[in-house]
Ligand binder design. Structure first.
Ligand SMILES: [Mn+2]
Length: 295
């Protein structure tokens, strides 16, 4: 039965009629945060993003488009596996493989950053050439933490084992061993401040493959705009800087998948949840709807 005057349905962007068959983007909500160390709560992230996204204006001013017209289908939430993070990663990999076989672009809503490892496992099986663009305050490059190789602080170490074409962008917290390795795959926030967003876009456009995968930890953003993360770190990206970067970079690239992780919503605080939803919307607009219009 259809309720007259109902609120938007509870899916990403509150889309009235979802159709998996024709959808280009498949959204997989993963309420999983079992391996967090400092502040848990990112298991509530997918719900908070979806809730906020229902109230988003779907017309994007900058690209003069409505990216939901691509077809965005929100799948059921993936049940967490509490037995082991390794099994959870395998479960995610299986789901993402199905999405890829169905020729859709996976969009994962975390949950903690570990969920990205599952996506990477599935993508590396496709043998496609692609570059991972990793946005984060933390390098997440520890081999293990507290005896676990599958924790959120080890996500990039695992991803790098599966796929070594990646850039970690916006880093401002790193363990000594990882820093000493002096990887040219790490782009520190300090360097970004001095080169500026346009130069960063140029650098990434040049250095990355045509296909890109975005793994976006919300703590890449400055805590003043994005306080709702388990491990906030000062001096991050502004929302507008990320959008500018994506507007310059993504129209030149082919976005093959993405995950947005580590939003740990704070009760009563709606702005960060809304920002997260809008950032995802903007990513789709620039990646799929085309070039921004001149200001
Ligand atoms: Mn992080």
């Amino acid at each position: 039965m259809h309720v007259l005057n109902s609120l938007p349905p509870h899916n990403l962007f509150g889309i009235e009629e979802q159709d998996y068959k024709t959808a280009r983007i498949a959204v997989l909500p993963i309420p999983y945060d079992s391996a967090s160390t400092y502040g848990p709560g990112s298991r509530f992230g997918p719900d908070a993003i979806i809730e906020a996204s229902r109230y988003l204006e779907l017309y994007d001013i900058d690209t003069r488009s409505d990216p939901t017209k691509l077809g965005v289908f929100t799948l059921e939430q993936l049940a967490p596996d509490f037995a082991s993070p390794e099994r959870m990663v395998r479960r995610i990999s299986k789901e993402v493989s199905i999405i890829l076989q169905d020729r859709k672009v996976p969009l994962l809503l975390g949950g903690e950053h570990t969920v990205a490892v599952g996506a990477m496992d599935a993508l590396s099986n496709t043998r496609k050439e692609f570059t991972v663009l990793h946005f984060d305050a933390h390098s997440d490059s520890r081999d293990e933490l507290y005896g676990s190789k599958y924790c959120h602080a080890c996500a990039m170490a695992r991803i790098a084992e599966l796929h070594n074409d990646y850039y970690s962008i916006g880093i401002r917290s790193i363990d000594k061993d990882s820093a000493m390795r002096k990887s040219n795959r790490i782009i520190y926030m300090k360097a970004i401040h001095s080169m500026g967003i346009k130069a960063l876009a140029g650098l990434l456009a040049m250095k990355s493959a045509k296909n890109v995968y975005i793994t976006f930890d919300f703590d890449a953003l400055d805590p003043s705009e994005m306080p709702s993360t388990g491990t906030p770190e000062p001096d991050g990206f502004r929302f507008s800087e990320v959008m500018e970067l994506f507007s310059l970079l993504l129209p030149k690239k082919n976005l093959i998948g993405m995950d947005f992780t580590e939003l740990a919503p704070m009760p009563g605080m709606r702005a960060p949840d809304f920002l997260a939803a809008k950032l995802i919307y903007g990513t789709l607009a620039y990646a799929f709807a085309g070039k921004p219009t001149k200001a």
